[in-house]
Ligand binder design. Structure first.
Ligand code: OSB
Ligand code: MG
Length: 374
């Protein structure tokens, strides 16, 4: 199938609640939506880079530049038969996984729609129609505020709580939540805010029966995580440090973690996500699907991905209302409170429809690339 047009839409949506992590506070959530057109069909992908380089070096503007100047031009007018064609075209570009993933994922959606299969089926998953999920709770101004927020999510039916931590907001808030909910699946995400000097702190966390501790050390580190993991009972999970199948292999080989958080954007697209999935399945390293506060486009793709067999832990894929008052795609996602799951959208591709009036309402920048006008 020939790619006739590609569009970039930079949108800016308000979040229903501020989201504070060890690297900053988000009140809004901008992203780039990528649309790939050809043969009367459109496929969508979402670029999860933030406006600033706080989570990773990529930003909306670096992604826009890399997409516009390097990734999109060689695809215009190209005949594409599989998503692997796209991954191969990008292979020479070093880094910029979020930019690559947004375009590759749009092509996956487009090809899945053309083949009239769901994205999950095209990925080799799709055996489940519901995915177990949890919620990620930001750093709160007070302990009372935290407990109130945890109560609200537990009342809605979330059975796995992830708490953001940073130095000064760790043991006490975790212990309070553990005390209030002795059996809930509880975990912590440090977003790289600690160092090996904090070993005694992490050893104390071993008493809190945490499901895992996510990315405690430096955002690019694998080796120190192995040193820390060797001295803890609680499993470590890597997020920021895993950018490719190579990184996953290095982490597995040196036992830097016992769990990996899969984010398609962070690993450069669904082809790499599949490679990491298969490697981790073989190595006995369970996965769960991470989140980057996605719109319905990215969230739908995450749900499909999380139907693969080695996604054995609840994902950071929460209901739409937890993020946005008005999302840019429908249907929106609701939590099934009886089993803390979200239903995977049925239908071809990612299974959601993008609402163009909403996209235009939130849009701050747009560019069309046309194979006929090159
Ligand atoms: O570290 O997992 C993270 C959001 C933005 C950037 C990084 C992270 C997160 C989350 C939220 O934890 C997950 C979600 O609900 O989308
Ligand atoms: Mg994380």
């Amino acid at each position: 199938m020939k790619i006739e047009q590609i569009e970039l839409h930079h949108i800016f949506q308000p979040l229903v609640h501020p989201f504070r992590t060890s690297f900053g506070t988000q009140l809004e959530r901008p992203c780039i939506l990528v649309a790939v057109y050809g043969q009367g069909l459109v496929g969508w992908g979402e670029c999860v880079a933030h406006s600033d380089p706080g989570y990773s070096y990529e930003t909306i503007d670096t992604a826009w530049h890399v997409l516009r100047d390097f990734l999109i031009p060689p695809l215009l007018g190209r005949d594409i038969t599989s998503p692997g064609d796209v991954a191969a075209t990008f292979a020479w570009v070093r880094g910029h996984p979020m930019a690559k993933a947004s375009l590759e994922n749009a092509v996956w959606d487009w090809l899945a729609r053309a083949n009239e299969v769901s994205l999950g089926q095209m990925l080799g998953g799709g055996q489940r129609d519901r995915v177990e999920v949890g919620v990620s709770i930001g750093i709160q101004p007070t302990l009372a505020g935290l407990l109130d927020r945890v109560d609200q999510f537990i009342d809605k039916g979330y059975r796995r709580i992830k708490m953001k931590i940073e130095p000064g907001w760790e043991l006490e808030p975790l212990a309070e939540v553990r005390h209030r909910y002795p059996t809930v699946k509880l975990m912590a995400d440090a977003n790289s805010a600690f160092s090996l000097d904090h070993l005694p702190l992490f050893q104390q966390m071993d008493d809190l029966d945490l499901l895992m501790i996510e990315q405690p050390l430096h955002y690019d580190d694998i080796a120190d995580h192995a040193k820390l993991q060797a001295q803890l009972k609680t499993p470590l999970c890597l997020d920021e440090s895993i950018h490719s199948p190579g990184h996953a292999r290095w982490a597995i080989e040196i036992e830097a973690c016992r769990i990996i958080n899969m984010k398609v954007g962070r690993v450069g697209g669904l082809s790499n996500a599949l490679a990491i999935h298969d490697m981790c399945l073989e190595a006995g390293i369970p996965l769960w699907c991470g989140g980057m506060l996605e719109t319905g486009v990215g969230r739908a793709a995450n749900l499909h991905l999380a139907t693969l067999p080695n996604f054995l832990l609840p994902g950071d894929i929460s209901a739409t209302e937890r993020y946005y008052a008005e999302d840019i795609a429908e249907p929106s996602f609701r939590l099934n409170p009886e089993d803390s799951t979200i239903t995977v959208p049925a239908g071809p591709g990612i299974g959601v429809t993008v609402l163009m009036d909403r996209v235009e309402k939130f849009r701050v920048r747009y560019q069309l690339f046309d194979a006929a006008k090159r």
